[in-house]
Design a protein around this ligand. Structure first.
Ligand SMILES: NC(=O)c1ccc[n+]([C@@H]2O[C@H](COP(=O)([O-])OP(=O)(O)OC[C@H]3O[C@@H](n4cnc5c(N)ncnc54)[C@H](OP(=O)(O)O)[C@@H]3O)[C@@H](O)[C@H]2O)c1
Length: 306
């Protein structure tokens, strides 16, 4: 398999994925939205296709002649179900339609662990609906779903402020103090995508969770221990009350309607943050590929803040 079409290549995960695919010797066709992104540099290894998930013509051009598609574009900010579904559900359907028309044999969807709990938020629900679209196409194209937990690494803007505080010896407890969560460094995630692309396709759609190798996920206590090692001293903990986050989220939601922008922290995101169990299971991906995670949170923090 030599030629891959990807979406979302101008975003956090997609940027890293694109350069990893090129490093691995793949030829890549990448979608970009001219309206929101400056025209990316043209190189021999990457062919940039202007377009949008709404524009089926551009999607046909994107996927024509490739061996596989990695669909990494997604809406991660917003206030309404409609905003999320337009991209995370309808976008999957449009791309799959183009893929089937062009007889592309393989499709990988970057979903989210949030899809495991669709009742929590509009984002989670839209990611789950996107997965459901793919299941409908599985008799015509080999489909795999990846469900990463929170992803961090260079280029990420969402988790960076929190990680900067941890690096300075302050651990903000954002969520339930008894919560457990998996994490994954972006390099490990894109390595998993490459392993899947190199593995044999399956006749039925498969769904893979994946984490960084920390068994049973992280607790806030474990994060404190990592912070203590990084800083050489006991960190200070800062509990962020749910009521405060909820107040900011409600303000965001109101302002977003007035000023027409898409915030990250919404009441749905607060419900996601306070969910008790965001622990992933690597069993299925270990059985399907030879992928191994390499970057635990302690190592990821050292890479981010050398
Ligand atoms: N970051 C995480 O912690 C995390 C965790 C689990 C799952 N995920 C999933 O991973 C994927 C990528 O996330 P990310 O963090 O890299 O997000 P991101 O930085 O916001 O990037 C989103 C990408 O999607 C593109 N996009 C959005 N709407 C589009 C449309 N209508 N047509 C074409 N392209 C469109 C964006 O293009 P522009 O540059 O033009 O805006 C950008 O390239 C998403 O599907 C997300 O649900 C992320």
């Amino acid at each position: 398999m030599r030629s891959i079409a990807i979406t979302g290549a101008t975003g956090f995960i997609g940027t890293v994925l694109l350069s990893h695919l090129v490093d691995q010797g793949f030829h890549v066709k990448a979608l970009y939205r001219p309206a929101s992104t400056p025209t990316p540099d043209q190189t021999d290894a990457v062919q940039w296709q202007p377009g949008d998930l709404d524009d089926i013509k551009s999607l046909r051009k994107l996927v024509a002649g490739v061996d596989a598609i990695v669909h990494c574009a997604g809406a991660v900010r917003g206030t309404s179900l409609e905003q999320f579904e337009n991209t995370n559900t309808a976008g999957v359907a449009h791309l799959l339609e183009a893929a089937v028309e062009e007889k592309i044999p393989r499709f990988l969807l970057m979903s989210s662990l949030a899809a495991r709990e669709p009742s929590l938020s509009a984002y989670a629900s839209s990611k789950k609906s996107g997965e459901a679209v793919l299941v409908k196409y599985q008799d015509r194209i080999s489909c795999d779903i990846l469900r990463p937990p929170a992803v961090y690494g260079p280029g990420d803007r969402e988790m960076l402020p929190l990680l900067q505080l941890i690096r300075r010896g302050i651990v903000p407890i954002v969520g339930d103090k008894n919560g457990r969560f998996s994490l994954i460094y972006v390099d490990d995630l894109v390595a998993a995508v490459c392993c899947l692309l190199k593995s044999d396709p399956a006749p039925k759609s498969r769904c893979f969770e994946l984490h960084d190798g920390q068994p049973d996920g992280y607790t806030w206590q474990k994060i404190k221990t990592v912070a203590a090692h990084l800083n050489g001293k006991e960190p200070r903990c800062l509990s962020i009350p749910r009521s405060l986050l909820q107040m900011i989220a409600l303000t965001n939601a109101g302002l977003a309607r007035l000023l027409d922008y898409r915030p990250m922290l919404t009441p749905g995101k607060v419900r996601e943050i306070f969910h008790l169990d965001w622990v992933c299971d690597n069993t299925a991906i270990f059985e399907a590929t030879d992928w191994q995670p390499r970057i635990l949170f302690s190592e990821g923090m050292k890479r981010l803040f050398p």
